[in-house]
Design a protein around this ligand. Structure first.
Ligand code: LMR
Length: 394
């Protein structure tokens, strides 16, 4: 039976992970998959996560099923973290999901149930798995311009011009902060203009919030999401705890549906729980439990926030050091965008051939579209990368 299956295209990020692992060179540099690494190249377990795990191990009394939507205290704590007090509680439906990807998938499934012919607008470029999930679900997709290859900043005019073509009921997928793969993000004024356009067009915003706390801080990074949800009648948010809690393999995420009132909220809540049941039944709870223990305990929360802030400022320091190194090497400011970008990634604007050359000549691994994970760098590798960028002719 299965001999008839078509081969599926490889995910380029995961493919690169495999290539990196297979490379025997000792001095290889991994700037590929979006996983935080400290200066020693280790993805550490955060202090608060370790403490919460111990506490939970001591107090956990059952491994029986959680609710279909996940535990209420996790969902409430995450609503606080993501939405603050921007949205009335009776407008918020939520379900725990296996990671942020699970939330993206559930969100788009709900969109498809409600409006199978809908068009979903995605930024060009976007996280490749967005496109893959959209294709898998058979949803119509259109791209909007996002990245200015010249400045390596946002193509504001192109984005607004393309999105002016949205029809009522279309969905627009945006990255709430720390755009993946480019690292270029709208300013507050640009977010306002974008929200006004979405509102005027009667479209539905879907926000992927995978890096809250990695850009300008926990509160600042949630700002655009809160503004959009306060302003518009409906929104979807797929949030992830993989990066900001460093619990990647625990698969901890949440889908929020913001409705225009309690009745619509209840309908969304029922649909989302139903979708959980169809797709995996009960969501995983261990990571969600750690998150709610941390967010519910002032001391643990303060320690988590402090460690996350160190991670964030460490990445900004790496950005600034790389930009400075390149300024010196090239005697120009053309790589200064690196210091302006936010989050884990920057698209440096190299061609696929230049990316391949850096991999072949210097064992530097970045995604073929020249997205690099800033957290993969350290004081030793910054000059190596800078020289390789210049040698490749970027
Ligand atoms: C990434 O973009 O590298 C991360 O979100 C990991 C993934 O699943 O692709």
């Amino acid at each position: 039976m299965f001999a008839t299956l078509a081969e599926q295209p490889a995910d380029k990020i995961l493919q690169l992970m495999g290539q990196y692992r297979a490379d025997p060179r000792a001095d290889k540099i991994d700037l590929g998959v979006g996983v935080y690494k400290n200066a020693e190249g280790v993805t550490p377990i955060m202090r608060a996560v370790k403490a919460a795990e111990k506490r939970w191990w001591e107090t956990e009394t059952t491994k029986s099923y959680t609710g279909l939507a996940g535990e209420p205290d996790y969902r409430d704590a995450m609503a606080g973290l993501v939405l603050g007090d921007a949205v009335a509680a009776d407008r918020i439906a939520s379900v725990a999901t296996p990671g942020g990807t699970g939330a993206v998938r559930q969100a788009l499934e709900m969109v498809k149930m409600a409006a199978p012919d809908v068009t979903v607008w995605v930024s060009d470029p976007t996280w490749p798995n967005h496109l893959s999930i959209l294709r898998h679900l058979g949803l119509k997709t259109r791209m909007y311009r996002y990245f200015d290859a010249g400045t390596r900043g946002l193509d504001t005019a192109g984005m607004m011009e393309d999105l002016a073509g949205m029809q009522p009921g279309d969905v627009v997928l945006v990255h709430g902060c720390c755009h993946n793969p480019t690292g270029a993000n709208p300013t507050a004024a640009e977010w306002d203009a974008l929200a006004a356009l979405i509102e005027a067009k009667g479209a539905l915003p879907m926000i992927d919030l995978a890096y809250q706390g990695f850009g300008d801080g926990l509160e600042a990074d949630a700002g655009p999401t809160r503004m959009i949800c306060a302003r518009l009648p409906e929104a979807l948010i797929a949030a992830s705890c993989s990066k900001n809690f460093g619990i990647y393999r625990e698969r901890t995420g949440i889908l929020f549906s913001i409705a225009d009132g309690a009745k619509a909220r209840d309908l969304a809540q029922g649909t989302m729980a139903h979708l959980n049941r169809q797709n995996f039944s009960f969501p995983p709870d261990h990571g969600a439990r750690l998150v709610s223990v941390i967010l519910g305990d002032p001391a643990l929360r303060a320690d988590w926030e402090a460690e996350l802030e160190d991670v964030r400022t460490g990445m900004i320091a790496l950005r600034e050091a790389l930009a400075a190194e390149l300024r010196q090497l090239t005697n120009s400011d053309r790589f200064d965008f690196l210091a302006r970008h936010r989050g884990m990634f920057s698209r440096i604007g190299a061609t696929p051939e230049q990316v391949a050359k850096m991999r072949e000549d210097h064992a530097i691994y970045m995604v073929g579209d020249s997205r690099m994970n800033i957290a993969g760098l350290n004081a030793r590798t910054i000059p190596v990368l800078a020289r390789a960028i210049v040698a490749a002719g970027v």
